[in-house]
Design a protein around this ligand. Structure first.
Ligand code: FES
Length: 103
């Protein structure tokens, strides 16, 4: 098993579970967040917001439930993406994938 497990919660955050000291979360300036209060049953566990609504970013504060956040969750194999004509990076068809636009 990997040292760090990230679970994509259904219509919710990214749940991160790791051995103590094996992971660090830093802000844009490289300053580390204090994760000491996020120990649970001998392992580090916290949730990262992916809905954009948390007032405690980058951590989830449960706002996703209040705003009815909906997200695509299923892990898609690269071979399935190729078959459906989507891009591996975004899962979108090439014409809809803005990350592929050249400016
Ligand atoms: S995912 Fe929970 S507040 Fe954003």
């Amino acid at each position: 098993m990997a040292d760090v497990k990230i679970t994509v919660r259904r219509n919710g955050p990214f749940r991160v579970e790791a051995a103590p000291g094996s992971i660090e979360v830093v802000d844009a300036d490289g300053n580390a967040y204090d994760l000491s209060a996020r120990m649970k049953e001998g392992k580090l566990a916290f949730s990262l917001c992916r809905c954009g609504g948390s007032v405690n970013k980058p951590f989830c504060d449960g706002t996703h439930s209040k705003i009815g956040f909906q997200a695509a969750e299923a892990a898609v194999k690269a071979s399935d993406q190729a078959q459906s004509g989507t891009t591996a990076q975004s899962g979108l068809p090439p014409e809809a994938d803005a990350s592929r636009l050249k400016v």
